[in-house]
Structures are given as C-alpha cells and as structure tokens.
Design a protein around this ligand. Structure first.
Ligand SMILES: [Zn+2]
Length: 231
C-alpha cells in the first residue's frame, strides 16, 4: 500500500482528475466529499461513482449544511447565472462563490488526515478559469499549508509535515481533460453543472457547463455527458 493521502472529491471533473493523478503517483486514497447543501445534488452521486472507480480505501460523505450560514447561488439563494462569456466569468467574485468553502473543506480534510497519519492532501483547485474564486489561488494554498502545520498536534510536534497537492492549479481545462483522459478518468460519471434538472441532466449554459464544454472542445475530445439541450 502506498502512502495515505486525503483527497477532496466533489464529483466534478477537476477532482476526479486529481484523484487519478494521486493514484497514479502511488498514494492510497481516502476521499472526502462534503454535502454543504449544494443545489446540484447529482454532484454527490458522481463523487460516489468516482470514488468507486478510483478504488479509494474509504469514502466519507460529510454533511455540513453551509446554506444555514451563507448565501450563494450554489446553495439556492439566488439564480445561477447562464450564458456568460469567459471574460464575464473572469470578472469579480461570482454569485456562485460559496463563502469560505475551501477553507471549511480543507479544515475537515486536515482533521481527517491527522487522524489517518496522512501528510498529503489533494485538492482540485484551479486558478486559471475562475479567477474570481479567491480560495483557489496559490497564495491561499500556501497560507493554508502553513496553517495546517501550525494548527495540528502532528504538525507542531513534527510527526507529520503536511503538504497540499494542487496539480491542476495552473492548468487549462483542456490540459486537465487531456491528462485525465490519458489516465482513463470516466468523465461520463463526473458532474459539473450548477443547475441540473430533476434527472441530473446538465444545463449546458451555466459557467461550469460552459467551461467544461470549452475544455473538451479545446482538447479535441467529446464530452461524454448528456445535456438538457443540444450544445
Ligand atoms: Zn450547467
């Protein structure tokens, strides 16, 4: 068995690819998915399927209902924006931003990692496509790594030196998809849409769908997902 690593698995394309990369590097994976009250529930089912495909040692789906504390388009407080151009997506902090989400999720992952004796954490953040998500930036990751080593018994006593792995942080969506395809990631089991219908079908129009489709197009590959309307 390889070294243990905790991975935050959302069920999306990025975290599935990160899982495949971590597995390829020989880590034994412990996957954490957070049910934070996201309106796109199909994401959690996708996370279960991806975890199964990755052959993780353990998959925990933890309920932390952030919608009781915060407002975001992703927790149903306002409509998900549609048909935005890449320039518009890159402007400012989007309404789909969930306050402090990555800080909350990484803290949960860190606690579990300390219990497991895992010094390595993987997260599929990306600073290229969503410049508005401040908790996806390298500065945030560096600060959280410092915090991880200050905030835990294992870090302070030196039994574990925590490292946050963010292999996708500077990759374009097309590069992520190409690498994932090489590693055999079953993208048909992943879920990206912020606003799927009752059957889990993706809308094809929200930022997440548009970036995903653009990524597949730029990679010269076909997105195996079904969409509500022709895209
Ligand atoms: Zn969508």
């Amino acid at each position: 068995m390889g070294k243990p690593a905790v991975i935050l698995l959302s069920g999306g394309l990025d975290s599935a690819t990160v899982g495949a990369i971590a597995r390829d590097e020989g880590f034994t994976l412990y996957a954490l998915s957070v049910d934070y009250g996201q309106r796109h529930r199909s994401e959690l089912e996708a996370a279960r399927q991806v975890a199964r495909w990755l052959g993780v040692q353990e998959h925990v789906v933890l309920g932390v209902d952030l919608s009781q504390l915060v407002t975001s388009a992703l927790t149903g407080s306002c409509p998900v924006p549609k048909e935005r151009l890449p320039e518009e997506m890159a402007e400012g902090i989007p309404v789909t931003y969930v306050p402090a989400r990555n800080t909350v999720m990484l803290s949960l992952a860190l606690g579990w990692a300390e219990v497991l004796g895992a010094a390595d954490l993987f997260i599929g953040v990306n600073a290229v496509d969503y410049s508005g998500y401040l908790d996806c930036r390298p500065e945030f990751i560096a600060a959280f790594t410092r915090l991880a080593n200050l905030a835990t018994k294992a870090g302070v006593e030196g039994s574990l030196r925590f490292t946050l792995h963010t292999p996708l942080i500077q990759w374009t969506k097309a590069r992520i998809i190409r690498r994932g395809t090489e590693l055999g990631v079953p993208y048909e089991r992943t879920h990206s849409c912020y606003d799927p219908d009752a059957n889990g079908l993706s809308c094809g129009q929200c930022d997440a769908c548009r970036l995903r489709l653009k990524g597949f197009a730029e990679a010269g590959l076909e997105d195996p997902l079904g969409y509500r309307r022709a895209t």
